[in-house]
Ligand binder design. Structure first.
Ligand code: PBG
Length: 326
C-alpha cells in the first residue's frame, strides 16, 4: 500500500493545510428579532433568542460586530392592533423597523443593516402578500398588488438607511419592481438580497411563533416552493438575477444543500443560505437533552452549508459561532 490518505490527516498542522473550507465570523448574517418595548424578552418558541428593544438590538448588534459579524437582518414583531389587511404599517416611516435601522446605523455606521421585505408581520392575515377571497371562499394571494406594497416597504427601509433589502415573500417580479423603485428614488446603492429559492417549509414553525406571524388561514404553498423541486429553484434564481438581484438566497439551508450547490454552479452572484429557526432548534434541543454536543454540531452544519457553496450564512448562531471561532 503506497497511497495512504490518512497521511494528510496526521496532525492539526497538516489538517489545517489541506482544509478546503473555512468558516469565519465574516461569513455570518445575524437575524435579530425586535419589538416596540423597552424590555428585552426571551422568546419561548426559540430558546437562546430574544425579542430585542431598540436599545438592546443596538447593543447586541454591536457585540456581534465586535466579534467580526458584518451584517444583521431585522425581523419585527408587530402588535395585533397595528396589523391590517393592507399591511400599511409595513411602510410607516416611523414604524419599528425604520426606527431600528436609524438607531443601528447611527451607533454602528460600518454594520451592514439588511431588512426583510414581506408583509407577514404586518398583515392581519399573516400571509406574505395581500389576501383576497374568491367567490368560492378560497384564499387568493394577490401577486401584483402585493409587489406594489413591497416596493413602498423597501423604499421606506432605504430611506431609513438600510444597506440592503431582502424580499422573502416569493411574489413574482418583485426584484425588478423593487430595483426600479429604489433606482427611481436615487437609492441605486441599496442592494437586494433576494430569497430566490424559498421553500414551503415546516422548519419555519418556531420563527412564526417568535413573531406571532403564522398565517391565520391556509398555507404558503401558492408562493413558497415545493420541497420536491430543484429545477424550479434554478429558474427562480435565474429570474432574480435577470431582475437585478445582487445576491441570491436559498432557504432553509441544511435540507437543501443540493440546491445551494446547484445555484452556486449556475451563477457568479454571491449565494446566501438561511439556517432557519427549525434547523437551529433541532440542534439546540438535542444539545439541551445531552444527545449531541451543540457547539460541534452547530459548527459542522455551518461548515457543511459553506462547503455546499454558500458564500454567507444567515444563522441564529452568528454571535455564538463567532465567539467559538475566535
Ligand atoms: C417570512 C419569513 C419567514 C422566515 C423568514 N421570513 C417565515 C415564513 O416564510 O413563514 C423564516 C425564518 C426562520 O424560520 O428562521 N417572510
Amino acid at each position: 500500500m503506497h497511497i495512504r490518505p490518512r497521511r494528510n490527516r496526521r496532525s492539526p498542522a497538516i489538517r489545517s493545510l489541506v482544509r478546503e473550507t473555512h468558516l469565519s465570523a465574516a461569513d455570518f448574517i445575524y437575524p435579530l428579532f425586535l419589538h416596540d418595548s423597552a424590555e428585552d424578552m426571551p422568546i419561548a418558541s426559540m430558546p437562546g433568542c430574544t425579542r430585542w428593544s431598540i436599545d438592546g438590538l443596538v447593543k447586541e448588534a454591536g457585540e456581534a460586530l465586535a466579534l467580526g459579524v458584518p451584517a444583521v437582518v431585522l425581523f419585527p414583531a408587530i402588535p395585533e392592533s397595528l396589523k391590517t389587511p393592507d399591511a400599511a404599517e409595513s411602510w410607516n416611516p416611523e414604524g419599528l423597523v425604520p426606527r431600528a435601522v436609524r438607531a443601528l446605523k447611527e451607533a454602528h455606521p460600518e454594520l451592514c443593516v439588511i431588512t426583510d421585505v414581506a408583509l407577514d408581520p404586518y398583515n392581519s392575515d399573516g400571509h406574505d402578500g395581500l389576501v383576497e377571497r374568491s367567490p368560492e371562499g378560497e384564499l387568493i394571494i394577490l401577486n401584483d398588488k402585493t409587489v406594489k406594497v413591497l416596493c413602498r416597504q423597501a423604499l421606506c427601509h432605504a430611506e431609513a438607511g438600510a444597506d440592503m433589502v431582502s424580499p422573502s415573500d416569493m411574489m413574482d417580479g418583485r426584484v425588478a419592481m423593487i430595483r426600479h423603485t429604489l433606482d427611481s428614488e436615487s437609492f441605486e446603492d441599496v442592494g437586494i438580497l433576494s430569497y430566490s429559492a424559498k421553500y414551503a417549509s415546516g422548519y419555519y414553525g418556531p420563527f412564526r411563533g417568535a413573531l406571532d406571524s403564522a398565517p391565520k388561514e391556509g398555507d404558503k404553498k401558492t408562493y413558497q416552493m415545493d420541497p420536491g423541486n430543484a429545477r424550479e429553484a434554478l429558474r427562480e434564481a435565474a429570474l432574480d438575477e435577470a431582475e437585478g438581484a445582487d445576491m441570491l438566497m436559498v432557504k432553509p439551508a441544511g435540507p437543501y444543500l443540493d440546491i445551494i450547490a446547484r445555484i452556486r454552479e449556475s451563477t457568479v452572484l454571491p449565494v446566501a443560505a438561511y439556517q432557519v429557526s427549525g434547523e437551529y432548534l433541532m440542534i439546540e434541543s438535542a444539545a439541551a437533552s445531552g444527545w449531541v454536543d451543540g457547539k460541534a454540531v452547530a459548527l459542522e452544519s455551518l461548515i457543511g452549508i459553506k462547503r455546499a457553496g454558500a458564500d454567507m450564512i444567515l444563522t441564529y448562531y452568528a454571535k455564538r459561532a463567532a465567539e467559538w471561532l475566535r
